[in-house]
Ligand binder design. Structure first.
Ligand SMILES: [Zn+2]
Ligand SMILES: [Zn+2]
Length: 270
């Protein structure tokens, strides 16, 4: 869904490409450097993910459609209140989807792809796992369909969430004043991508950060604790296939060596 939405919108594509280029110039000028290899690897992962996204999108749309026909109610799409409530509901579900993606090894095998870059750049936002269908995080949105939110509304709000998050993957923006209280910001999302102990498993929010504050997973970026990006204790290199599927290889090895394989698959990674 995400990849297809990107490919369909030339204006969006032109805008994000210019911002990516502007960020390259800014990073090089400010001495941060820009890894061309990482960028190419990310493009490889993004392109390779397109067929997986299309296949997964079809199956997930079918599942949501089936639940929709059995839903308790059908809230009208043309009513703004449906969208307001839907936004809160989708943000809430996204928070738990994202938290589960970090705390359940089976889901982390897919989500770890997004956390593999060791530089925080706008492009990192399109480095996404290929195996979302298999990792089954999409099931977390099923209750929303069942309580009456049209799957089209959910997909539209998630697509918006994903586009919003593009702007969060950068070191070029410091903090945003009072917006930091409510919204997920580049500063909060840098923390989320940190492999430092102080930053691990923090700031799961999508567009808003309020659920992290509510459920105790919020951490503020600290000036004396520079963020170390990338996966803790693991490097996946620059081969798109290895980036996209390396998490499964690690999980496979750990599971066959484990005395409690089911527990290994469902417990927190590492
Ligand atoms: Zn994450
Ligand atoms: Zn991210």
């Amino acid at each position: 869904m995400d990849h297809m939405a990107l490919a369909r919108s030339p204006v969006w594509l032109a805008m994000i490409s210019s911002l990516v280029l502007a960020e390259v110039v800014w990073r090089v000028r400010s001495g941060r450097g820009y890894s061309g290899r990482t960028a190419l690897a990310t493009l490889g992962v993004a392109l390779g993910g397109i067929p997986f996204g299309m296949l997964g999108g079809l199956v997930i749309a079918g599942a949501y459609g089936w639940v929709w026909t059995h839903a308790l109610v059908h809230w009208p799409l043309h009513d703004w209140r449906t969208w307001a409530a839907g936004f809160v509901a989708v943000e809430f579900a996204y928070y738990w989807f994202h938290r589960a993606s970090h705390r359940i090894a089976w889901m982390w095998a897919t989500h770890s792809v997004h956390h593999s870059p060791e530089q925080m750049t706008l492009l990192s936002s399109i480095r996404l796992g290929w195996t979302n269908l298999f990792s089954a995080g999409w099931i977390l949105y099923v209750p929303l369909v069942f309580i009456g939110f049209d799957p089209r509304l959910i997909v539209a709000l998630l697509a918006f969430d994903l586009r919003y998050q593009f702007f969060l993957h950068t070191e070029a923006i410091g903090t945003l004043g009072p917006l930091e209280w409510v919204l997920n910001t580049p500063s909060h999302h840098r923390v989320h991508h940190g492999s430092n102990t102080a930053y691990l498993d923090r700031n799961y929010g999508g567009v808003v950060i309020v659920f992290d504050r509510l459920f105790g997973t919020f951490a503020k970026e600290q000036a004396d604790e520079p963020v170390r990006y990338g996966l803790a204790g693991e490097q996946r290199g620059d081969n798109p296939l290895r980036i996209a599927l390396g998490g499964w290889a690690i999980l496979w090895t750990r599971t066959i060596q484990s005395r409690r394989p089911v527990h290994t698959l469902l417990a927190a990674p590492e």
